[in-house]
Design a protein around this ligand. Structure first.
Ligand code: GLV
Ligand code: GLV
Length: 326
């Protein structure tokens, strides 16, 4: 008989078709994620789990419900919602979907950067509300992108894709990364390495592309905003908790920095009574970095492939914890 798999949400058709071929699948049909208690129940007796970044896969779940799991396949590149150490201890390989969403996420980063710098949302509102009376010399002035300095914090696949786009705008491009890149790569991307504090002080635009971990939790807080330029705009398409939201609110209201554009917040969704939502100098989108039709199709197929490999006892094509094979 076919292996049994729990899928925590309805995926793009192409992914669902693949899943039906490889397993007996049970799909959570709602728009909202399965509540934790239900997830605990659903995982029991399953051979595989296909999950999303909105599902908390913790040690407790793996101990209580996970004894039968041969594979966890996450449809996302980030996996901070999964206790990887606990999965590794239980020898469960965890798959993710790197690479296929790199360009889509870099594209959205640029959409946010440009929208913030040229005040597109304010401008659209201005037009619709009938305030557009004439061409005005000092109307809706924003910041130049061309010639400005871009600071990339975390320079893996996505950070590098952002850098490639920046070259077309004639920007000076700085980066900070835990590990410095190869000199040849720095050179071909036109990247200058800076210590984190130095990057903060020199950049007009700062964009975050690190994963969320203990090291990067609230990496941006009051002290970091203090170091930034007053005209700086912060863009976050990585994970919300990398930025301390209260400190960001202070920095945006006391003129420490000029603006922000977030595709990720802490928590998600952002509470409607968050003071950030009262500000004109912030843009917030609902975690849509990888949300293009083609990209989501590819992510679903990749997640299905990882799952299929795990169910067959083969190495996952994209495994987060290959130590399980050691
Ligand atoms: C989305 O945030 C992802 O990690 O794929
Ligand atoms: C994620 O894919 C990254 O390496 O930036």
């Amino acid at each position: 008989s076919k292996p049994k798999v729990f899928v925590t949400r309805i995926l793009p058709d192409i992914g669902m078709e693949m899943l039906h071929q490889i397993a007996e699948i049970e799909v959570w049909p709602d728009r909202l994620p399965p509540p934790y208690e239900i997830l605990l129940e659903k995982v029991k007796g399953k051979d595989g789990l296909l999950c999303l970044l909105t599902d908390k896969i913790d040690k407790n779940l793996l101990e209580i419900s996970g004894s039968s799991l041969k594979v966890i396949s996450q449809m996302a590149v980030g996996y901070d919602n999964i206790d990887i150490a606990a999965a590794t201890t239980k020898r469960i390989p965890v798959g993710h979907t790197p690479g296929v969403l790199t360009d889509a996420t870099a594209d959205l980063t640029w959409a946010l950067l440009m929208t913030a710098s040229r005040r597109i949302l304010e401008a659209d509102k201005f037009t619709r509300s009938g305030e557009w009376k004439t061409w005005e010399p000092i109307l809706l002035l924003g910041a130049d992108i061309s010639g400005a300095t871009l600071g990339i914090v975390g320079c893996g696949r996505i950070g590098q894709a952002v850098a490639r786009r920046a070259a077309g705008f004639g920007m000076r491009i700085l980066y900070y990364n835990k590990q410095r890149l190869e000199p040849s790569l720095e050179e071909s991307l036109g990247l200058g390495y800076r210590e984190f504090d130095v990057l903060l002080a020199e950049s007009d635009f700062i964009t975050i592309h690190t994963s969320l971990s203990e090291d990067t939790y609230h990496l941006f807080s009051d002290a970091q905003f203090q170091r930034m330029k007053q005209n700086a705009i912060l863009i976050n398409t990585a994970r919300g908790s990398i930025v301390d939201a209260d400190a960001l609110y202070r920095a945006l209201t006391n003129g420490r920095i000029s603006g922000a554009a977030l595709d990720v917040t802490e928590p998600e969704p952002i509470p409607l009574d968050s003071p950030l939502l009262t500000l004109d100098n912030i843009i917030i989108t609902p975690h849509i970095g990888s949300a293009s039709r083609q990209t989501r199709d590819k992510m679903a197929m990749m997640a299905a492939s990882n799952l299929a490999a795990g169910l067959k006892g083969e190495k996952l094509p994209d495994c987060v914890n290959p130590e399980v094979y050691g």
